[in-house]
Design a protein around this ligand. Structure first.
Ligand SMILES: Nc1ncnc2c1ncn2[C@@H]1O[C@H](COP(=O)(O)OP(=O)(O)O)[C@@H](O)[C@H]1O
Ligand SMILES: [Mg+2]
Length: 191
């Protein structure tokens, strides 16, 4: 089986070749399925990253959450120990661009959201399998954060990002549900 690092680079290439209009169409299909899911409907406080193309867009998800009266929390990474803290985001002006064009909350303008307040986490990733295992961007941030998290874990993916089986390490934590532009997978393993 290929190594995670090789698979990551291959998938980044595939996704980078997606044209903007099919990207937008597929994002819309994913969003509609997400908004119809029980996990989404049941959650009052959700955690979500700020996406960058060609990831599945999350800006519309955040706006929809606000429209529905949900609270939205976004992560700030702490690279020195590869941990994250989530903060409540109330508008997009509370974001700043940090390394690699990544947008994060300006911590002086937002309130911290503790893990036990999060009912739903949208877990980002590059490659997924039907058991809910994922290959992320390589930092292991979510594997660390999810260790003691008990709420809903959902990932969004384009059909191209689904594979039969991803290579896993003992510390990898699977998600409960994967929503693609074509299918919603209820993943077998619940941890
Ligand atoms: N719970 C954890 N505690 C400590 N280190 C961890 C934990 N989970 C993952 N890691 C570290 O994070 C690194 C990246 O994990 P990996 O699964 O390859 O990345 P990703 O999940 O982003 O694809 C691993 O080398 C591993 O040592
Ligand atoms: Mg991992």
């Amino acid at each position: 089986m290929k190594e995670k690092s090789v698979l990551r680079e291959e998938m980044k290439k595939i996704l980078g070749n997606m044209d903007r209009s099919s990207h937008a169409t597929k994002c819309k299909a994913i969003h509609d399925k997400l908004f119809a899911s029980k996990e989404w409907k049941d959650a009052q406080t959700i955690a979500v990253t700020i996406s960058r193309f060609p990831e599945v867009d999350t800006e519309d998800i955040i706006m929809r959450a606000w429209d529905e009266g949900k609270k939205v929390a976004v992560p700030k990474c702490i690279p020195k120990n590869k941990s994250m803290e989530f903060y409540f985001l109330e508008n997009f002006n509370q974001l700043e661009t940090v390394y690699f064009g990544l947008k994060e909350p300006i911590v002086t303008e937002v309130e911290i959201c503790h893990k036990d307040k999060l009912e739903f986490i949208l877990v980002p990733g590059l490659i997924f399998d039907e058991e809910g295992y994922r290959i992320g961007f390589g930092g292991g941030y979510y594997d660390r954060y999810l260790v003691d998290y008990t709420g809903s874990k959902v990932s969004l993916a384009f059909t191209e990002q689904l594979v039969k089986k991803v290579p896993t390490d003992p510390f990898d934590i699977p998600v409960h549900k994967i929503v693609t532009n074509e299918v919603v997978y209820d993943c077998a393993i619940r941890k």
